[in-house]
Design a binder for this molecule. Structure first.
Ligand code: FEO
Length: 407
């Protein structure tokens, strides 16, 4: 199978998963890749494994570069199963091989593979600043806890100026082309943003620290080879994706409102359309997503890209509609910051749905507008109140933008 050169004697030898559509709840409409990198230096080294079942694809690609049995090191940057699921199989095929990982990586490998041969694996623990000479190339390691798990680590190939940051800078994007610039860049950046929104949003503080650390170390970067999706090699693309990460960690977003709702008998939908109208009257952009119809991953992306999001629900059995409840659970885990938020919706007799949404929004400690709740079918006056509610949210956004511009 084809292998792809990144630099002299550095190869992409990963696996393409065209058909995955659910990545722990994240709808991966364009599939993904699991990226492994092979360095055919004096000491041959494989960086990162792949998901269980994709090992044979990797082994065939390695076989186009070298005898797999001549590989001395297998670097494990991160133990989540999309990268380590194949390890027991792969290690058996490569053995003898030394597994190079962080202390937390070692512990995590033991917890995952105690029943699959871990006790027999030769492990070399490395930490931030440690180096491993392969011959002409030197690997330098940087532990980056919570980018995406406590065990996460970056591997930097010094002389090749190649950063292998595992989940960092990735996208769930299957492609027959390996480099970002060989693909539609609008799609690449859209998928990079969707990936950040759904996988990395809760870890912005740690990611910001990591970006600072990379800057302090003065790492020169010619190529970024993430563990998912396509690789970054043009200087302008590398600069853009690093800047995008810096902006996302700060929750920088467009002055735009995302209306996220579901409806039972169309009352909350009517409210949504009136609120949308009010926002538009103020000249502020708005996008509307009905839960259950729009994939949750897309709704999370809308939250990343909008300065405000408003959540609409009818009341069912004194609570939120289940689709809204699922979204509130998801967004609570993603922990967005620096957003203007609000709850709205309709009810028949006792209410309760809007109250529940509002409670979750309060827990997120975001800037909140007063909720808007209406009984049964909205009257013309009710709809006028919705328009005004939308206008007031839009005005708040504009005031914030004006204050920011003056600051
Ligand atoms: Fe791609 Fe956190 O695994």
């Amino acid at each position: 199978m084809e292998r792809y050169p990144l630099k002299e004697d550095i190869w992409w030898v990963g696996a393409i998963d065209w058909n995955v559509r659910d990545f722990h709840g994240y709808e991966t409409k364009r599939g993904t890749t699991y990226n492994s990198y092979l360095i055919t230096d004096e000491k041959k080294t494989l960086v990162d494994g792949v998901r269980n079942g994709f090992g044979p694809e990797v082994l065939r690609r390695i076989g186009n570069c070298c005898d797999p049995k001549t590989i001395e090191y297998l670097v494990v940057n991160h133990v989540e199963l999309d990268h380590s699921g194949s390890l027991p199989w792969l290690i058996e095929k490569l053995s003898p091989v030394t597994v190079v990982t962080s202390k937390r990586g070692r512990d995590s490998l033991e917890q995952h593979f105690a029943n699959e041969g871990f006790a027999g694996w030769d492990i070399q623990v490395v930490g931030s600043g440690d180096e491993l000479s392969l011959g002409k190339y030197t690997l330098s390691f940087l532990e980056v806890p919570m980018v995406h798990w406590p065990d996460s680590m970056f591997t930097y190939v010094k002389e090749a100026k190649t950063l292998l940051p595992n989940d960092g800078f990735g996208q769930h994007l299957a492609s027959s082309k390996r480099f970002a610039d060989e693909n539609d860049m609008n799609i690449v950046f859209e998928e990079a943003a969707r990936y950040y929104a759904n996988i990395l949003m809760p870890f912005g503080t740690q990611i910001k620290k990591t970006l600072g650390r990379v800057q302090e170390l003065g790492l020169e970067i010619d190529v970024i080879g993430p563990s998912h999706g396509v690789l970054w090699r043009r200087p302008e693309d590398i600069e853009r994706i690093i800047q995008a990460y810096a902006d996302w960690t700060e929750f920088e977003a467009e002055p735009k409102v995302a209306l996220i709702f579901d409806t039972m008998w169309k009352s909350t939908e009517k409210m949504t359309r009136a609120i949308e109208d009010g926002i538009a009257q103020e000249g502020v952009r708005c996008e509307v997503h009905q839960l259950g119809r729009t994939p949750m991953a897309d709704v999370a992306l809308a939250v990343l890209e909008s300065q405000a999001f408003l959540v609409g629900t009818p009341t069912l059995n004194n609570g939120m509609l289940p689709s809204v409840g699922a979204f509130m659970t998801y967004i609570k885990g993603l922990r967005p910051k620096n957003r203007l938020v609000g709850a709205y919706g309709s009810f028949g007799w006792g209410g309760g749905g809007v109250k529940q949404v509002n409670q979750v929004l309060e827990e997120l400690k975001l800037d909140q507008v007063d909720p808007l709740e209406l009984k049964f079918i909205p009257t013309e006056d009710d709809l006028s109140a919705c328009v005004e509610w939308g206008r007031s949210v839009a005005r708040r956004l504009k005031q914030t933008a004006e204050a920011d511009a003056k600051a």
